[in-house]
Design a protein around this ligand. Structure first.
Ligand SMILES: O=C1O[C@H](COP(=O)(O)O)[C@@H](O)[C@H](O)[C@H]1O
Length: 263
């Protein structure tokens, strides 16, 4: 049975406004976690969508770079392509170029997935790094303060692709995932771990995502086909930051904000 969830979607006119809202969410969430617990643990996505948010966070003319308590942030990824850190497809490389090379985040607080290793090994090493970073014991699993997700036009999120093995994984924190439709392997956080995040948000842009967004949040529950549907945080709350083009098939929001109840 999927968990009942309140989805709050915030709709902005342009991708630039989505990026600003995402930078604000990142800043407030990291600050709140650092104030409450002395440390903020955030897992970010790759692909193209977060790039503009990273650029804003790093921009010295914006307030964010001064506001984020970088010395209290531990940065993780939700997924990685099985390529090296210099590869054009590397999620880490995109983040390094847009953000990490420009902000005072200590190197030891940047926890990248080692996509250059064999997928099994990379996943096992990342799981061990998370267990170590969160000081987990026994069967404990991590609670990230903020998890920022993207969504592909096939409904995948992180590297949880339609009809792939990782959708059945309940016991690990990180797994390798064979993605036959892309003839490749990925490394991904598992969905129970994503659902355990204190705050979970999707950043989604573009007319090409409008149909799948509608299917995921208003269509029949079929997570094997639309893996993003499996994201139902334990908090019962999920946030979507959308541009108007992506939100075109959702109910008209009031003053830019709409809610959907998923049961
Ligand atoms: O392959 C991936 O795709 C998704 C969505 O990417 P986008 O380019 O449509 O923003 C992304 O969230 C994931 O991290 C990435 O590895």
């Amino acid at each position: 049975m999927p968990r009942s969830t309140t989805v709050t979607y915030r709709v902005y006119n342009t991708p630039a406004e989505v990026a600003k809202a995402a930078a604000e969410l990142f800043t407030s969430s990291v600050t709140a976690a650092a104030n409450a617990r002395g440390i903020a643990r955030v897992a970010i996505s790759g692909g193209t969508t977060p790039k503009a948010m990273f650029a804003l966070l790093a921009d010295p003319s914006q307030p964010f770079v001064k506001q984020v308590p970088w010395d209290k942030l531990d940065l993780y990824w939700v997924d990685e392509r099985c390529v090296g850190p210099e590869d054009a497809d590397s999620n880490y490389r995109m983040t390094r170029e847009a953000l990490l090379s420009k902000v005072p985040l200590p190197a030891e607080r940047i926890h990248r997935m080692e996509g250059e290793l064999a997928p099994e090994e990379a996943a096992a090493r990342y799981e061990a790094a998370i267990r170590n970073g969160f000081k987990l014991e026994g069967a404990e699993t991590p609670t990230f303060d903020l998890i920022l997700l993207g969504m592909g036009d096939d409904g995948h999120t992180a590297s949880l692709f339609p009809h792939t093995e990782a959708l059945n994984e309940m016991n690990h924190i990180v797994v390798p995932n064979h993605v036959p439709q892309k003839d490749t392997w990925r490394i991904t956080l598992t969905w129970p771990v994503i659902n355990q995040g204190r705050e979970v948000a999707f950043l989604i842009e573009g007319a090409g995502k409008a149909k799948v967004l509608h299917e995921v949040f208003q269509g029949t529950y079929q997570p094997e086909t639309y893996p993003s549907q499996i994201i139902r945080p334990a908090s019962g709350k999920l946030t979507l930051l959308l541009d108007a083009a992506a939100a075109a098939k959702l109910p008209e929001p009031t003053n830019g904000v709409g809610t959907l109840e998923l049961n």
